[in-house]
Structures are given as C-alpha cells and as structure tokens.
Design a protein around this ligand. Structure first.
Ligand code: SAH
Length: 240
C-alpha cells in the first residue's frame, strides 16, 4: 500500500478519520507506524496529501489529514479496455493490475469461450470490484477510481455500443493471428479488446473487426490474459 486511500464518507471531521479495516492493520503491521508518523494519503477521486498518526491500538488507527501541499494523481492512460470476462481468480488480479497501470474505463464482456458460470461469481458484485480497484490504486499511488461496465451479451455490445466507443481513436483487438504488429507507443487515445483464456472465436474476431477494431499481434508467444494486458498497455503507451 503506497497510498492510503480514504473515501470522503469515512471522515469524522473535515481532517479526521478513524480506520478499523485492513488499512489499519497494514499501517500497524507493515508500516509499523508510530504516533506522529506521517503517511501518504489521498481522497478517493481527489487530491493526494499526508496523514499523521494521532492514535493507534488494536481496535484501529486515528489519522489527521493534511492537504496543505496537495499533489495530483499520476496521469491516467487514455485507453478504454474491453476484456472478455476472465475466470474469477484471474479477474481479481487483472482488475488490480489495470487499476495500477492507470486504466480508467473497463468493459467486461461475454464471449463464446467465457464460461457462463463466471457471470454469477460474487467477485462481480460492485463492492468486490471496488475493493480490487482500490488495491490497485493504493499500489500505484493514484486516487482516481476506474469505471467498470459489464455486458453479458457479446453481439448487442459489439454491434450497438462498441462502434461508438471505438470512434475517433485507435481501436485494436489483441489477436495473434492475421494481425498487424503492435504500433510504436503514443499518447493517442485507444481502445483495446483482449480475449478470454481460449481466445476469441473467428466469428467474434470478424464482428470486432467490423466494429472498427484492427487485429494486433504481440508476437508469436501466446500470453496469458494477466500477462497480455500489461504487455499490451506498456507497448501502446509511453511510460509516464
Ligand atoms: N488459446 C488462445 C490464446 C488466448 S490468450 C489462442 O490460441 O488464440 C488470451 C488473450 O490474450 C487472447 O485472446 C489475446 O487477446 C491476448 N493475447 C495473448 N497472446 C497474444 C499475442 N501474442 N498477441 C496478441 N494477443 C495476445
């Protein structure tokens, strides 16, 4: 946890917060903080400042927030990420990773090789997704929460919504077959779609191409989704 993220609703006074959850445990056990120590803290969707430890015991940690020298979050990636829903364990890791990497818009979609049971996973509850995103933001020192959309039907999404999302930006489907190589990094806005563990089926690749997404290869090595996502993002955008 490189940034302590605080939701405005948690404040007991404009500059006071009392934490009792995993953050309090982390401050005590990992940071081994003492009264008077200052930690980096940010308001969710707001600025970054500092928090001074006022009290700490087994029941929690009281902090005084100081935003007198506020800082901004790192720049977001100008990308819309469309992701065939990964299996639950992988979804958790991917959500944390993409939040750390600066993705702010994520569309989880169905595809033929996504097991239908994944859609009933408790991991898709808004509160659980929120928690994974917070872990990624805390890791990267970012306060800006990504937005996650879920679409359980491939065809209506790809026909009715995707062309609008892809319009006016570079749009790619990561698919290693009959594809062009990854372009050089650029700050231009882009949309990228990543397939499920079994890959997109040819019908889906056709539909994605018709929606304006060009097939893009990351090379002859076939990568797992959790590897393909960060590789693709770091190759499309310059390091900031
Ligand atoms: N078994 C599938 C691979 C799935 S890998 C197949 O052979 O097609 C999961 C997803 O990661 C793919 O759908 C694709 O979006 C992305 N991916 C993995 N390796 C890639 C590569 N070398 N180039 C482009 N995309 C890749």
């Amino acid at each position: 946890m490189n940034l302590l993220l605080i939701d405005p609703s948690e404040l007991s006074a404009p500059d006071r917060v009392w934490l009792t959850d995993r953050r309090a445990v982390h401050i005590r056990e990992i940071h081994q903080a003492q009264v008077g120590d200052r930690l980096r803290a940010g308001m969710l969707n707001g600025l970054i400042g500092e928090a001074e430890v006022l009290n700490l015991d087994a029941s929690g940690v009281e902090l005084a927030l100081d935003f007198s020298q506020p800082r901004q979050s790192p720049s977001p990636l100008p990308v819309i990420l469309v992701l065939a829903l990964p299996r639950p364990k992988m979804l958790r890791r991917v959500l944390q990773a993409v939040a750390s990497l600066g993705v702010k818009e994520i569309w989880l979609i169905h595809s033929y090789r996504v097991d239908k049971s994944y859609w009933s996973s408790p991991l898709l509850d808004a509160a659980v997704i929120h928690e994974q995103l917070l872990l990624g933001l805390e890791q990267a020192g970012d306060t800006q929460l990504p937005v996650v959309h879920q679409r359980k039907r491939f065809k209506p999404f790809v026909e009715d919504e995707l062309p609008g999302l892809a319009a006016g930006r570079q749009a790619w489907v990561a698919h290693p077959y009959h594809a062009q190589p990854c372009p050089a990094p650029s700050d231009e806005s882009a949309l990228v779609a990543i397939g499920p563990e079994g890959g997109f089926i040819p019908y889906e690749v056709d539909k994605l191409n018709q929606a304006g997404l060009k097939s893009l290869s990351l090379g002859s090595r076939i990568l797992r989704v959790e590897t393909a996502v960060p590789v693709l993002l770091t190759r499309l955008f310059p390091v900031s």
